[in-house]
Structures are given as structure tokens and as C-alpha cells.
Design a protein around this ligand. Structure first.
Ligand SMILES: NC(=O)c1ccc[n+]([C@@H]2O[C@H](COP(=O)([O-])OP(=O)(O)OC[C@H]3O[C@@H](n4cnc5c(N)ncnc54)[C@H](O)[C@@H]3O)[C@@H](O)[C@H]2O)c1
Length: 117
């Protein structure tokens, strides 16, 4: 049976990396996306050898394209600490507004997707 496919933004971060692990364990094909502004590839390094994992080094506030269908998108890309908010306030605002808009708008347009999130 074809694996369900999930896009996880913020994949190299704290929550995103654990979600990648969990969805791989549940039998999904996981597509991780992250621009590494606060994340660390070391959090997901163990997944790179798996064929059911792909990674895109990409800023989600920019145009998003992932080949193939998606069943779900989990949008966890965002700086998450008050220290980061003060260091990178514009990027924090952009990913919360534009990143959410880019990811959800693109997802709803993909053919297999129902818009269910
Ligand atoms: N950690 C917690 O306990 C907690 C609790 C509740 C809610 N949250 C929320 O969950 C989200 C993730 O939190 P976290 O603790 O995993 O943070 P984190 O900083 O560890 O991870 C966020 C990830 O998003 C990536 N990212 C940021 N901007 C990006 C962009 N424009 N494009 C692509 N990737 C980008 C970062 O590089 C990082 O890997 C935040 O919105 C946070 O507010 C976290």
C-alpha cells in the first residue's frame, strides 16, 4: 500500500524533529523542510539514510513546491524562544504570517488534498 505523505516544516527544530521521528515510525513518507535559522541538522541526521525521508533546505516564507501529493502538512517552522524573537523579530513575524499563508495556500491547491488540516 502507498505510504501517506506528510510535509513537516521546522523539521530540524525541537518539535519538528520529534514529529519527523514519530511519523516515520507510524509508516508515513516524511518530507522535512527547514531553513536552519534556529534548527540544527543534527536533530534529523539519523533520518537521512531512510528512503521514506526527504529534506528540503528552504525558507517557507518563499514559494513552496514539493513534487508529488501530500496528505498532511504540519507547520512548525518558527523561532520559539523570547531570545530568538528579540534577535530575529522580522523573520519571526514573517514565518508566522507569510509562512503559514504560503504553506496552507499551496497545500489546498494540491490535487489529492482535501484541505483537511
Ligand atoms: N517548544 C515548545 O515547548 C513549544 C510549545 C508550544 C508551541 N511551540 C511552537 O512550536 C513551534 C516550533 O517550536 P520549536 O520549539 O520546535 O522551535 P525550534 O526553534 O526548535 O524549531 C523551529 C524550526 O523552524 C525553523 N524555521 C524558522 N523559520 C523558518 C522558515 N522561515 N522557513 C523554514 N524553517 C524555519 C527553524 O530553523 C527551526 O528548525 C513554534 O511556533 C513554537 O512557538 C513550541
Amino acid at each position: 500500500m502507498e505510504r501517506k505523505r506528510v510535509l513537516i516544516t521546522g523539521a530540524a527544530g525541537f518539535l519538528g524533529s520529534h514529529l519527523c521521528d514519530r511519523f516515520i515510525k507510524e509508516g508515513y513518507h516524511v518530507i522535512g523542510m527547514d531553513n536552519l535559522i534556529t534548527g540544527d541538522l543534527a536533530n534529523i541526521q539519523h533520518l537521512f539514510k531512510l528512503e521514506q525521508f526527504e529534506f528540503y533546505h528552504h525558507d517557507v516564507t518563499k514559494f513552496i513546491h514539493v513534487p508529488g501529493n501530500l496528505d498532511y502538512i504540519l507547520h512548525f517552522a518558527s523561532p520559539a524562544s523570547p531570545i530568538d524573537y528579540l534577535k530575529i523579530p522580522i523573520q519571526t513575524l514573517k514565518v508566522g504570517a507569510m509562512g503559514t499563508h504560503t504553506a496552507t495556500r499551496w497545500f489546498i491547491r494540491k490535487p489529492r488534498n482535501t484541505g483537511e488540516m
